[in-house]
Design a protein around this ligand. Sequence first.
Ligand SMILES: NC(=O)c1ccc[n+]([C@@H]2O[C@H](COP(=O)([O-])OP(=O)(O)OC[C@H]3O[C@@H](n4cnc5c(N)ncnc54)[C@H](O)[C@@H]3O)[C@@H](O)[C@H]2O)c1
Ligand SMILES: C[N+](C)(C)CCCC=O
Length: 486
Amino acid sequence: MSINTQPTASHYIGGAYVEDTSGAPIDVVYGATGEVIARVHAATPAIVDRALEAATAAQKTWAAMSGTERGRVLRRAADLIRERNRELSILETYDTGKPLQETLVADATSGADALEYFGGLAASLTGETIPLAGGDMVYTLREPLGVCVGIGAWNYPTQIACWKAAPALACGNAMVFKPSETTPLCALKIAEILTEAGAPPGLFNVVQGMGEVGAALVTDPRVAKVSLTGSVPTGKKVYAAAAGEMKHVTMELGGKSPIIVFDDADLEDAVSGAILGNFYSSGQVCSNGTRVFVQTGIRDAFLKRLTERLAGAVLGDPLDEATNFGPMVSEGQIGIVERYVRLGIEEGAELVTGGARIERDGYWMPPTVFAGVTDEMTIAREEIFGPVMCVLDFDGEDEVMARANATEFGLAAGVFTRDLARAHRVVRGFEAGTCFINSYNDAPVEAPFGGVKMSGVGRENSKAAIEHYSQVKSVYLRLSPLEAPF
Ligand SMILES: NC(=O)c1ccc[n+]([C@@H]2O[C@H](COP(=O)([O-])OP(=O)(O)OC[C@H]3O[C@@H](n4cnc5c(N)ncnc54)[C@H](O)[C@@H]3O)[C@@H](O)[C@H]2O)c1
Ligand SMILES: C[N+](C)(C)CCCC=O
């Protein structure tokens, strides 16, 4: 299947594509080849204003519909996404460079799951009645927040748009979404599909642009809530700007998550977890377990088996479904990874495999493993956001727990052991929002996803997300006589 990567226009506002070429041009570059595959333009202030006006108007219409009607639209959108999964997955591959083998199962399908799940919940979002003395009562109304802004990172452009839009729309909000300037294509397709599914014009709008377009959205008084997926430095700025007007926020930020492998772990499962937690999407995953703590008794066997299994990585044309490892998203991102590899070597880590950029068009860095990594090394402390695994040795449980938690981040954490009592003890001790026992990086829509500490605020997916896209109004109803002091 061949697809046209150039979108009809840069923005999607009020149920239609909108162009304004006076905004700065943004070239979309395919990571596998370095070729420019599309061009969009950053939103001007007039475009931002138009999107917010459209969202403000649509939100009122949408909120007046019943939850059943809203849910039906979202579920129809989910069905359309599934019908067009291949086409959407190919676009995701062009937008990000991720191999089609991955995008066919992890991106549009994950977006559809979110729309289906929250579409199913929409009709059941109700308040409660609270009986009081004398027949009085309080009833609560669960209300939408209003216009929500979604701002995306570049690693999961379809998934991020849907993970934000689905709970927001289910609760009766409208959304203006700004994709990452690196991957502006996929969210436009989601906007198109929502319109086709029956969403009122203006319910879900997409505007393109760099950080300043995001910043203009965050501070606009018409906006009630901001949900950002991005790095910690951006999160700090966006959170601070939103606080100026007491806006609601969800912050899905970065991480440096630990995976702990105990001596009694199933070796194959532990190696699978480390591979999934470091090399899926070429390592460009927020929740990756990039600090792999391996108990000394299993260390050599772990490294040997890991090295053998890495021979199974197939680097090649991302559109060939046999390819299971793709390029990095951009020249900028591979440059960051190369710098960390140099630092790892300079600071004394042992480079087991990888580490050198592959000399071909595009941005190719092979799976890279450092062993003998110590806690104070830069590669063990900072988020790299590329295919670089750090293996650290440990002896005892108390020691490794202290070291695993000794980070400003707290997005995810995993443990591999056959001792289930230990596994539960370890996850209770993790300072992380999303934990795994004998698994890694699963993210079903039914489960809350998000971080603690610097990795974020709020949760995406699951019923927990409803709390972050709605507010409760209490209504006191008096049936008994109302007395006053005079
Ligand atoms: N926790 C999660 O769910 C999750 C998921 C994916 C990625 N991430 C994180 O995202 C980062 C990688 O993505 P990135 O490089 O696109 O992140 P980034 O922080 O550079 O950019 C994220 C988004 O914020 C926008 N932005 C930048 N400055 C802004 C400002 N001042 N105001 C408003 N918006 C602004 C960008 O244009 C982009 O759309 C990593 O740290 C990764 O861990 C987190
Ligand atoms: C579903 N994954 C693979 C855990 C990705 C979540 C979003 C983080 O980058």
